[in-house]
Design a protein around this ligand. Structure first.
Ligand code: SF4
Ligand code: MG
Length: 320
């Protein structure tokens, strides 16, 4: 099957007074139609920037992105409108991403009006009602305002807005991080149901590895703009190879994962992605770091089938 989205050697650098910030630094992956790629890392690892470059909200510094074989980087205005219909986003914070002066129905109908999808008002109303039904918002909420609703319902509005244009691909940027844990599972289930029903493709960005465990086909772990590990989701949990992924995983208080695993506490601070030093970006915090790690940057290597790791000591550490 052909990928829906292809990202090749993507870079996004920002110029700051302190130097070049390497937010996304040589990231490569494919996502097949109907599948989900989970992108995991601490805040500042570049995952949200990656999402914004894919959405064309930020220009890439270098590299290529293809959506259905068509290039996204440097695309012309008319093509961009078409892309915008097909690629949508669900934001982290339904509280700040929704205009408080608009009702639920106005919020959901806004993208339809922007893109002039329906000629008649009655058709638009029908579409809004059907979107509300899809995301589990009761019809009686049609004329309510976001501040009258709880976080879960507000995020349902965000999802309905993302679905309004019948996109093929959705960038989900920490869509459940601002929600109570009890509501997170409801929203995740909803997103999975909608994906199955509509054949949607997701990139699911999160700092919380446990959130993407059940929703992802593949998982990409990022650290300071770099790919550290990428594999099928199951492999990432059952055969974690990179020291950083091991540390992320060990922080999950989930007895179903592996209660024999000891918590790995990371030493040191997240280093700055500005003017990165040579060597492995994780070296200052890595419990296994050797001299070589501070001097030579590890290449991303396919260590096992479909399992990519950027670490000099993968084989040693994991006794492969
Ligand atoms: Fe740790 Fe070295 Fe591997 Fe980087 S290359 S993750 S510092 S062992
Ligand atoms: Mg973010």
């Amino acid at each position: 099957m052909k990928p829906l989205l292809e990202v090749k050697n993507l870079k996004k650098y920002f110029s700051t007074p302190a130097g070049q910030l390497h937010a996304v630094d040589d990231v490569t992956f494919n996502i097949l139609p109907g599948e989900t790629l989970g992108v995991v890392g601490e805040s500042g690892c570049g995952k949200s920037t990656l999402g914004r470059v894919i959405l064309n909200l930020l220009p890439a510094t270098d590299g290529e992105i293809y959506f259905e074989d068509e290039p996204i980087v440097g695309v012309k205005r008319d093509k961009l409108m078409q892309l915008r219909r097909n690629i949508q986003i669900i934001f982290q914070d339904p509280f700040s991403s929704l205009d408080p002066r608009m009702t639920v129905s106005e919020l959901i109908s806004e993208p339809l009006e922007t893109f002039k999808i329906y000629k008649s008002k009655s058709e638009r109303i029908k579409k809004v009602e059907s979107l509300m039904d899809t995301v589990g918002l009761a019809a009686r909420l049609y004329n309510t305002y976001p501040h009258e609703l709880d976080g879960g319902r507000r995020q349902r509005i965000g999802i309905a807005r993302a679905l309004a244009l019948d996109p093929k691909f959705i960038v989900c940027d920490e869509p459940v991080s601002a929600l109570d844990v009890s509501i997170q599972a409801q929203i995740l289930n909803l997103m999975q149901d909608i994906q199955a029903e509509k054949g949607l493709t997701y990139i699911f960005i999160t700092h919380n590895l446990s959130v993407v465990k059940h929703i992802s086909n593949d998982i990409l772990v990022m650290y300071l703009g770099k790919m550290m590990e990428k594999s099928e989701a199951e492999d990432l949990f059952n055969n974690t190879l990179h020291p950083y992924s091991k540390a992320l995983l060990s922080a999950i208080p989930d007895p179903s994962i592996d209660n024999r695993r000891k918590r790995i506490l990371l030493k040191g601070e997240l280093t700055s992605p500005i003017n990165p030093k040579p060597g492995c970006r994780f070296a200052v915090r890595c419990p296994y770091a050797k001299q070589q790690c501070f001097e030579v940057e590890p290449e991303l290597e396919e260590v096992l089938p479909k399992h990519f790791v950027a670490c000099h000591l993968t084989r040693e550490i994991n006794q492969l």
